[in-house]
Design a protein around this ligand. Structure first.
Ligand SMILES: [Zn+2]
Length: 385
């Protein structure tokens, strides 16, 4: 980082915001804003804007490195916390490749870097979040969700449906703990019913049940079609072969909730494995407060991420997300070149081209590649060419 480098980047950001349209979130005047600089991630907060024009001229004049806005709507968004008067908060989810446990590429390139595999893995978790939880379990429609690239290595999902706005902190905690997989009580999934005077039957989850009960039963039936899949869940070979041979009958009985028909000795650990396959892989996200904290600030969609120079770009739909490549679609500074002194052991793939690795070399690179490396702390900008 250098004065010249910072000044160059600020100039690029200024230019971006002077042309950027539609930066205002819904109910703009009720949102708190925060801004970050080169020295502090959130340097200013408790700011608000009455109109889109005010927001636009602030961004174009000050060229902040980071722009955040509140999940909450307030009567007085610029007041101190206890005077703001909370009116409600959208529900937000933050999926970050940096929080995916056991991501193989990260072992190679470390925590500070992100590659296309990281971005792809984060995207898969977002699709899982929407398709396996938000739509079927909470009944949100895709129209009620907004998906944004975070600008670095993940995605944000916002839900603004009327019914979520007034959710309390503890209700939000329950939602995130359900989605991010606080272990359910498997023993409570089962109960016995009396068939006749001498016989009892063990009943349990069926694929038609809601929540984790249905998910676990469905995943079990999916696995029942393959002996390998069954043993990979920790079921012994003899039991796995029996389930596989009787798969049609197993399906019929489990669909009725009859687990008496399927005797799995280590059922709890098998269920744990079925759950861990489906849970959103975000490590210990429950503690991180993005979903739980109704006053949380998060990056403004379509603003510049000051750690990469990429746009925290809105993705219009789930279908669009499927083909979205942030290292192409979120590139901001497309014009010109910058001369940098760069020392990077990584290969940067951006805008369809590859840059590096570089060993303490002077290079003239496209502006977007130079700023990315500069903001990652791997290059210094020495000339604006
Ligand atoms: Zn990676």
């Amino acid at each position: 980082m250098s004065d010249f480098g910072n000044k160059t980047v600020s100039g690029l950001i200024k230019n971006y915001y002077s042309k950027a349209l539609n930066m205002a979130p819904d109910r703009l005047a009720e949102r708190e804003f925060g801004f970050g600089s080169f020295s502090s991630r959130i340097a200013v907060r408790h700011t608000s804007f009455a109109t889109e024009r005010e927001l636009h001229s602030y961004l174009a004049d000050s060229a902040p490195l980071h722009v955040d806005y509140s999940a909450a709507y307030y009567r007085h968004p610029a007041a101190q916390m206890d005077k703001k008067e909370w009116l409600g908060s959208e529900l937000r989810f933050d999926i970050d490749a940096g929080d995916i446990v056991k991501l193989p590429c990260r072992i190679e390139h470390g925590k500070e870097w992100s590659c296309d595999k990281c971005l792809k893995a984060a995207k898969e978790e977002v699709i899982k979040l929407i398709e396996n939880f938000l739509v079927p379990d909470f009944g949100f429609s895709q129209r009620e969700m907004e998906i944004n690239f975070s600008g670095n290595r993940g995605y944000h999902v916002h839900i603004r449906k009327e019914s979520v706005l007034s959710l309390s902190k503890s209700a939000r905690e329950e939602i995130s703990s359900y989605i991010f997989g606080n272990e359910p009580d498997y023993a409570a999934f089962f109960y016995t019913t009396r068939v006749d005077a001498r016989h009892e039957k063990q009943m349990g989850p069926s694929p038609n049940d809601g929540g984790w009960r249905g998910k676990v039963a469905k995943a079990f039936l999916d696995a029942a079609h393959s002996k390998e899949d069954l043993t990979s869940l920790g079921i012994d070979k003899t039991t796995a072969s029996w389930i596989f041979r009787n798969v049609a009958k197993v399906r019929e009985e489990v669909s009725k909730g009859n687990w008496d028909f399927v005797r799995i000795p280590n059922r709890e650990s098998v269920f744990e494995n079925l759950l861990s396959r489906q849970v959103i892989n975000q490590g210990n996200r429950i503690d991180k407060g993005v979903t739980n904290d109704p006053s949380h600030l998060m990056r403004l969609p379509n603003s510049i991420h000051g750690g990469t120079g990429l746009i925290a770009k809105k993705v219009p739909s789930l279908a669009a997300l499927d083909i979205f490549d942030p290292m192409k679609g979120a590139v901001a500074f497309r014009e010109g070149e910058l001369k940098v002194k760069v020392d990077s052991k990584y290969k940067l793939t951006i805008n369809g081209a590859e840059f590096g690795p570089y060993k303490n070399e002077e290079k003239t690179l496209p502006t977007y590649a130079a700023t990315y490396l500069y903001l990652k702390g791997l290059a210094d900008i020495v000339d604006s060419k």
